[in-house]
Write a protein that binds this ligand. Structure first.
Ligand SMILES: Nc1nc2c(ncn2[C@@H]2O[C@H](COP(=O)(O)OP(=O)(O)OP(=O)(O)O)[C@@H](O)[C@H]2O)c(=O)[nH]1
Ligand SMILES: [Mg+2]
Length: 548
């Protein structure tokens, strides 16, 4: 197939180019002498670069007509990439001037996983001078590619076809080894921020989210800019650098901290065959893995479908990478059959089911209100220790783990205070800043329950470097939910990890707060007293009588 800048070619050249197509290179070298002669003379006469994409059977699959500076490579869909393998196509092209392989050549080699890329240089009369070639290195090598030079292109020393076969075998077995020894999937994190402070904070959180999704972070890249690049979030040069790094270290995912628009997802997915997700999808994937109750699962699936729907406007081969989800936790391409109509049907079905569940809940709520027990809700940033505190307060085992979003379904427990006064105490899903809009809906049920709450315990991880931002984020979310007027006790948790100075600092700045360590039950007495005093006004009674 002829590809490239062919419009302005004179008829006699066009004919000669067409004659090259589907010809065979009759040699075990990279390219036969006859074909070298052909492409250098055509290149010399037209003043344009000429390239050939040759397959493993030595058949010319594409004849590339370039400018004087470059040849463009067509989309290689017909030559699908198999993980661990090379593309099965090599590129040989002319360089009009005596220049070695360019950055573009190396990028094509690595990004497209070509078998090899060669550039034949020419003298001023169009005679071939040298041939510079490069091939990919196996994943454990210390560099992504290796360069070698034929001083006389007409006398190539390498038995190329057997070389490339054994190289591929090595790449394949090393890739396999890498995946077998790797416990977790891995990712490179990418973000664009308006300042360094934001970059540090946001990247640290993304890192924790990745850990919660059991993803190993191999590297992070960020840029400080007023606005992300409209096409790829980062500039295309940076993205190239990142993808090359990812491919040479066997990384599975690129995770963007910035929300990817449907157009951006597609652009990045067309740029690289790595899996590409953004922060929202990462959170959704974590939610998908953790949701336990029927309702939780339905809500997560609904949010996932809504998140990917806009990205499914066109069928193309990038879709499988956008819908896959971490460890296949996404809704999955085959299940959806990538059909908008089917997704819309599924969304309608989920909405209906959830409506029914909600109806039932209202019935149950009615029952509980009759009991007339006060409700205390534990809220706070994810991983603050809410579930641990609930366990400690009620001395029972609710799932807690050092992962973000360990809790996705509310659980309610009863605690009994002196004088047989019972209280319902509920755990909630952790808050997080910039909660994706779809997720606010997904966990509406959890948050709606807060409406009925008589008292909020806002748990803060006092050992987190970012606890002040967490307090700020929680306050913003409470504001959005119209819950800022609720009675609230600020509970600083994990003080076992703090120094005396740090504890003093918090006590000074938040005199109304209670400091506890949920893993030390005896530290909870002041909190239990405060809950009683707020709910039953006991403190006031005591204070009142004490004054008299
Ligand atoms: N050192 C210390 N660790 C604590 C304390 N309280 C909780 N943790 C740990 O912090 C981690 C998170 O606790 P969880 O109770 O799961 O936190 P959570 O707020 O419910 O988290 P999500 O449900 O994910 O939002 C766990 O590893 C706990 O063991 C504490 O007082 N001291
Ligand atoms: Mg929890």
């Amino acid at each position: 197939m002829l590809y490239g800048y062919t419009e302005n070619l004179k008829a006699k050249f066009l004919k000669r180019f067409e004659k090259l197509d589907k010809r065979k290179s009759k040699s075990t070298a990279i390219i036969s002498n006859d074909l070298i002669k052909n492409i250098t003379s055509l290149s010399y006469e037209t003043g344009q670069q000429v390239g050939l994409l040759i397959d493993r059977n030595n058949t010319i699959q594409y004849v590339l007509v370039g400018t004087n500076k470059e040849v463009l490579i067509p989309k290689l869909h017909r030559f699908a990439l198999v993980p661990g393998k090379l593309r099965g196509l090599r590129l040989v092209h002319t360089h009009l001037y005596n220049e070695e392989l360019t950055d573009d050549d190396f990028t094509d080699l690595v990004l497209l996983r070509l078998d090899s890329v060669s550039a034949v240089t020419m003298d001023e009369n169009g005679n071939p001078l040298k041939m510079h070639s490069a091939h990919i290195m196996p994943p454990d090598a210390d560099k992504p590619y290796e360069v070698f030079t034929d001083k006389d292109p007409y006398d190539q020393k390498l038995d190329y076809l057997s070389f490339i076969k054994s190289l591929e075998e090595e790449v394949e077995s090393k890739t396999k080894q890498l995946h077998e020894t790797k416990l977790y999937e891995s990712a490179i994190l990418i973000g664009v921020y308006s300042n360094k402070y934001e970059a540090g904070e946001s990247m640290a959180e993304l890192r924790e989210l990745a850990a919660s999704a059991k993803i190993e972070v191999m590297d992070t890249f960020y840029q400080i800019k007023n606005k992300p690049n409209p096409k790829y979030i980062v500039g295309s040069g940076k993205l190239k650098e990142i993808v090359i790094k990812a491919l040479s270290s066997g990384v599975d995912y690129l995770i963007f901290d910035n929300q990817l628009s449907p157009a951006q997802s597609k652009a990045v997915a067309n740029f690289t065959e790595l899996k590409v997700i953004d922060r929202t999808q990462l959170i959704l994937d974590i939610f998908a893995a953790r949701a336990k109750s029927n309702e939780g699962k339905l809500r997560v699936e609904l949010a996932q479908l809504k998140h990917i729907l806009p990205k499914l406007s066109a069928r193309d081969d990038s879709l499988s990478r956008l819908t896959g989800g971490i460890g296949g936790r996404g809704p999955g391409e085959t299940k959806l059959e990538v059909d908008r109509r089917r997704i819309n049907d599924r969304i309608a079905f989920l909405n209906k089911k959830l409506k029914n569940i909600e109806k039932n809940r209202n019935v149950q709520k009615g029952k509980r209100l009759k009991n007339n027990l006060p409700i205390v809700s534990i809220i706070g940033y994810t991983n603050a220790g809410k579930s641990t505190l609930l366990n400690a307060l009620t001395k029972c085992d609710t799932y807690s783990d050092n992962l973000m979003f360990a809790t996705l379904d509310t659980s309610s427990k009863r605690i009994r205070f002196p004088r047989e006064r019972d209280v319902i105490i509920t755990d909630t899903v952790g808050f997080i800043r910039d909660l994706p809009a779809g997720l606010k809906g997904a966990f509406k049920s959890t948050l709606e329950e807060l409406d009925d709450s008589d008292l909020l315990l806002e748990v803060v991880d006092a050992s987190s470097y970012h606890y002040k931002q967490h307090i700020q984020s929680v306050s913003e979310i409470l504001n959005e939910l119209g819950l800022n007027e609720k009675r609230k006790i600020l509970v600083f948790n994990k003080i076992d990890k703090l120094s005396e100075d740090e504890i003093f600092e918090i006590e000074r700045e938040y005199p109304e707060a209670v400091l506890v360590s949920a893993i030390k039950k005896h530290s909870l007495d002041p909190l239990l007293k405060k809950i009683q005093s707020v709910l039953f006004q006991e403190g006031k009674e005591v204070l009142f009588s004490g004054q008299h």
